[in-house]
Design a protein around this ligand. Structure first.
Ligand SMILES: Cc1ncc(COP(=O)(O)O)c(C=O)c1O
Length: 504
C-alpha cells in the first residue's frame, strides 16, 4: 500500500466553507472506514502530512487530533499515529444522511461566508469592526420600543395579531405611503408591499423577474447581497466599468445588445463606494430606460442618511414611464433587527411580488409593523433622522481625518456625502486580504473590496463602515489600520524590489 499516493490524492479546497483540518479529517476518516487505510496502518508524521497536502503543520495536527477524538486513530508517544484497532466501522456508526447529494443543484456562493461573518455582532467583542454596515446600537430608539411594548399605552386590537394581508398591515402601508410622498416619492398604499427587510424585497423581485441566463446590469462594485442573489438565480451580470459615474454609452450598448431584464442600482450613497448619482446622470438613465422599456431596481437604504445637502430626487421620483421599482428599509435608519422594509412599485408588480412573498412567509411580522406605524403616525422619524445624521457626520469626519493622518499616502478615498461607508483605495501592490489578516491580528476588521465585484475581479480597495463605533474607537481603529497598511506595503515593496520589478 502506497500511503503517500493515497494521501496526496486527497482533494482539498480552500474555497469550501469547511476548514482545511476538517476536510482532511473527513477524507482520512472515509479512507479508514472503507479500509483503504486498514487497522494498524501507520500514518505519516504531522510534518510529512502537512508537506504532502500543502497545509500548515497546525492544520495537520488539528486533523489528527479530531480523528483521535473520534476514535479512528491513536497516537503512541515516540512511535507515531496509527489507525485504531477498534476504529468504528461503517456498520457500527450511526447512519448519516448524504445531505449534499440531496440538495437541488445549486449555486455555491463563494462569498456567502463573508456575508455571514459580517452579520456577526461587531460590538460583541473587543474587535473594532468597521466591516458590517451596522448602525450603532446606542442610537436605536429604545424609548419608542419601550413605549410601544406598553400595552396599556398602546392597546392592541387582538384581531391585528392574526394573519393579515401579505401586502402588509394596512395602516402601515398608508402611513408609509404618506411618508414617501412627503419625501417626493409619491405613493399610494396599493403601491406599497411591506417586506421583511429590503433583502427580501430584492429576493422577491428576482424570483418574479429572473430566469436562468437572463441578463441584469449592475454597477461595479455593488452590494454583495445583490451579487450573491443574482448569481444564485442564474442571471448573467453585465457589469458597468468601475468609474466615478455611469458610462451611458456602455449602458445603452448593453440595452441594445443584451435586452437585460433590469438594472440594479443604488442611486444614493452607494454601498460600498458612498457615491451618489448626479441629477444629470439620473435624468439620462431614465431617458434611456424609458426608451428601452428597461426596469430599474432602485435599492435605497441610505438616502435619508445625508451629511450635507439631501441627495437629488430619486429615480422613482423622476420615473416618467412607470418602470422604477423602489426598495426601502428601516434597517439603517432605525435598527436592522426590525426586519421591515418595503417595495414601492406599480400595483401589478406589487400583486405579483405579494404572490411570491406568500410562498415564503405569508406576511411580515405584525408587531414590528404596528410599532412602525405608530412611530410614523406620531411623526417621530424626522427628529430621529436629524439626530443620527448629526452623529454619523461627526464619525465620518473623524474617520476621514484619521485616514489622512495614519494611512497618509498609502490610502486614498472620496469623502462620502452620506451613507455609512468610506471606500479606501490603495496601491496595486497591496493585497486587501493580506491587510485584513494583519488587521485582524491588531483587533480590527473591514471588508476587502473583492467582495463587491462580480466575476471575481481583483480589487485594491476596502470598505470601512464609520457608523458602528464612536469617534474615539474609530480613530483607534484607523491608527491600527495604518500600522497594518505600512507593514503590508513595506513587505510588498521588498518583495517587488527583490524580484526586480518596479514598485507601483
Ligand atoms: C444596498 C443594500 N440593500 C439591501 C440591504 C439589506 O437591507 P435589509 O436589512 O433591509 O434587508 C443592505 C444592507 O446592508 C444594503 O446595503
Amino acid at each position: 500500500m502506497d500511503i503517500t499516493k493515497i494521501l496526496s490524492g486527497l482533494r482539498l479546497s480552500s474555497t469550501l466553507s469547511a476548514p482545511l483540518y476538517l476536510q482532511i479529517a473527513t477524507a482520512l476518516a472515509a479512507k479508514i472506514q472503507d479500509f483503504t487505510l486498514p487497522t494498524g496502518t501507520k500514518l505519516p508524521p504531522e510534518r510529512e502530512l502537512s508537506r504532502l497536502l500543502g497545509v500548515s503543520r497546525t492544520t495537520a495536527i488539528n486533523a489528527y487530533r479530531l480523528l483521535e477524538e473520534r476514535g479512528l486513530v491513536s497516537t503512541r508517544i515516540g512511535s507515531g499515529t496509527f489507525v485504531s484497532n477498534d476504529a468504528p466501522t461503517f456498520s457500527q456508526q450511526t447512519p448519516t444522511m448524504p445531505w449534499e447529494q440531496l440538495f437541488t443543484p445549486g449555486y455555491k456562493a463563494p462569498l456567502s461566508s463573508i456575508m455571514r461573518s459580517l452579520i456577526d455582532s461587531p460590538t460583541a467583542d473587543e474587535t473594532i469592526s468597521m466591516a458590517a454596515g451596522m448602525p450603532d446600537p446606542a442610537f436605536y430608539p429604545l424609548d419608542m420600543i419601550h413605549s410601544q411594548l406598553d400595552i396599556r399605552r398602546h392597546p392592541i386590537d387582538p384581531t391585528d395579531l392574526g394573519l393579515i394581508a401579505t401586502e402588509g398591515y394596512l395602516p402601515l402601508r398608508r402611513s408609509l405611503s404618506a411618508w414617501q410622498t412627503r419625501l417626493g416619492n409619491s405613493a399610494s398604499a396599493d403601491q406599497i408591499l411591506i417586506v421583511s427587510g429590503s433583502q427580501q424585497g430584492l429576493y422577491l423581485v428576482v424570483k418574479a423577474f429572473i430566469e436562468p441566463r437572463d441578463y441584469v446590469i449592475v454597477e461595479s462594485p455593488t452590494y454583495l447581497g445583490a451579487i450573491q442573489l443574482l448569481e444564485s438565480s442564474g442571471a448573467r451580470l453585465l457589469c458597468l466599468p468601475p468609474s466615478g459615474k455611469i458610462d451611458m454609452e456602455i449602458f445603452e450598448d448593453y440595452l441594445v445588445r443584451y435586452r437585460p431584464k433590469f438594472f440594479y442600482t443604488m442611486s444614493d450613497f452607494q454601498n460600498p463606494t458612498g457615491r451618489t448619482m448626479t441629477l444629470a446622470e439620473r435624468q439620462e438613465l431614465i431617458r434611456l430606460a424609458a426608451r428601452h422599456r428597461l426596469t430599474i431596481i432602485e435599492d435605497d437604504p441610505y438616502s435619508q442618511l445625508y451629511y450635507g445637502a439631501p441627495p437629488p430626487p430619486s429615480l422613482k421620483q423622476l420615473d416618467t414611464y412607470g418602470g422604477v421599482i423602489h426598495l426601502g428599509t428601516f434597517s439603517k435608519v432605525l435598527f436592522p433587527g426590525l426586519r421591515t422594509g418595503w417595495v414601492h412599485a406599480a400595483p401589478t408588480v406589487i400583486n405579483r411580488l405579494a404572490q411570491e412573498k406568500q410562498y415564503v412567509d405569508l406576511h411580515t411580522n405584525n408587531l414590528a409593523q404596528m410599532m412602525l406605524n405608530t412611530y410614523l403616525v406620531e411623526d417621530a422619524l424626522p427628529a430621529h433622522l436629524s439626530s443620527v445624521r448629526r452623529e454619523y457626520k461627526k464619525r465620518r469626519n473623524a474617520m476621514a481625518a484619521a485616514i489622512r493622518k495614519y494611512c497618509g499616502p498609502l490610502m486614498d478615498f472620496d469623502l462620502s456625502e452620506g451613507g455609512l461607508y468610506l471606500w479606501g483605495r490603495m496601491g496595486s501592490s497591496v493585497s486587501p486580504s493580506e491587510l485584513l489578516r494583519r488587521s485582524a491580528a491588531l483587533g480590527i476588521s473591514f471588508v476587502p473590496g473583492d467582495a463587491f465585484y462580480a466575476h471575481g475581479l481583483a480589487s485594491h480597495e476596502i470598505r470601512l463602515c464609520f457608523a458602528t463605533h464612536d469617534e474615539e474607537r474609530l480613530i483607534e481603529g484607523i491608527r491600527r489600520l495604518g500600522r497594518a497598511l505600512s507593514a503590508v506595503s513595506a513587505t510588498a515593496s521588498t518583495a517587488a524590489e527583490s524580484a526586480g520589478r518596479p514598485i507601483i
